[in-house]
Write a protein that binds this ligand. Structure first.
Ligand SMILES: Nc1ncnc2c1ncn2[C@@H]1O[C@H](COP(=O)(O)OP(=O)(O)O)[C@@H](O)[C@H]1O
Ligand SMILES: [Mg+2]
Length: 229
């Protein structure tokens, strides 16, 4: 287990979250929403469109770096959040467990994407082997959680580009929100080799048919489904 999972001294815990509207649990946004329910509704409608645009016109060049992930996030959420494409400056948690300290995002992402480059962007692997390695990297990127909100959608778009580079597509819709959340939790808290994510992705990677249109990510954000630890 990585040290940061145990060492709270690396965390910058604060009572207030500058991303929230004052005296509210709602994220500041560009849509004029003042409650989380209406923000979620509006955000989901808008991101359906930007996700479809990204499926048709992926970010180029696909550098598979933190900057690439930031450009994806900016494209998905540019009309929703001022912080679109920006690395978070606060600590965040799911299921009562903190993600990586924000001060380590750049360093840890660098290691993650260097490793992906060292594996030659998973070129030459068959579907099962590709799915397993893609699952491992998904677990790693998710552990970093670079953004204040919208990490799930941004990381799936990056993985779509990785799959596409290799002639594959990932059927995200075949994976339930709960299964995804549990597998991500395992990769973050108990086993960084991410066995459940590796197994799940290896089951849902397919060769891209020659005439296939790009897949749009129609999965919803999963905030409400986080299992508690
Ligand atoms: N308990 C958990 N531990 C680790 N990762 C989780 C947990 N629950 C959900 N996740 C991951 O976090 C993602 C959601 O992060 P979030 O920033 O809210 O993005 P989005 O709003 O796009 O769903 C999920 O897609 C899943 O990959
Ligand atoms: Mg969310």
């Amino acid at each position: 287990m990585n040290e940061y999972l145990q060492d709270y001294s690396q965390y910058d815990i604060s009572e207030t979250d500058p991303y929230l509207i004052e005296d509210s649990e709602c994220l500041k946004n560009l849509l004029g929403c003042t409650d989380t329910w209406s923000l979620n509704q509006a955000e989901q409608q808008l991101t359906k469109i930007t996700l479809a645009e990204l499926a048709a016109y992926p970010i180029q060049p696909a550098s598979f770096t933190l900057q690439h992930l930031q450009l994806i996030h900016k494209k998905i959420f540019g009309d929703v959040y001022l912080f679109a494409g920006e690395l978070r400056r606060v600590e965040i948690s799911k299921g009562a467990k903190l993600f990586l300290p924000h001060s380590l995002i750049v360093e840890e992402s660098d290691q993650c994407f260097k490793q992906l480059a060292a594996e030659n962007y998973l070129k030459g692997l068959n579907t099962t082997a590709f799915g397993k390695r893609a699952g491992f990297f998904l677990g790693w990127i998710n552990r970093i959680h670079p953004f204040r909100e919208g990490n799930g959608r941004a990381q799936r778009v990056l993985l779509n580009q990785l799959a596409d580079l290799n002639g594959y597509m990932i059927r995200w819709n075949a994976i339930s929100d709960r299964a995804m959340a549990l597998a991500c939790r395992e990769a973050r808290t108990t086993d960084t080799s991410a066995p459940q994510l590796c197994r799940m992705l290896s089951l849902h990677v397919h060769a891209t048919p020659p005439t296939a249109t790009p897949l749009t990510d129609t999965r919803m954000p999963e905030d409400q489904l986080d299992p508690s630890n």
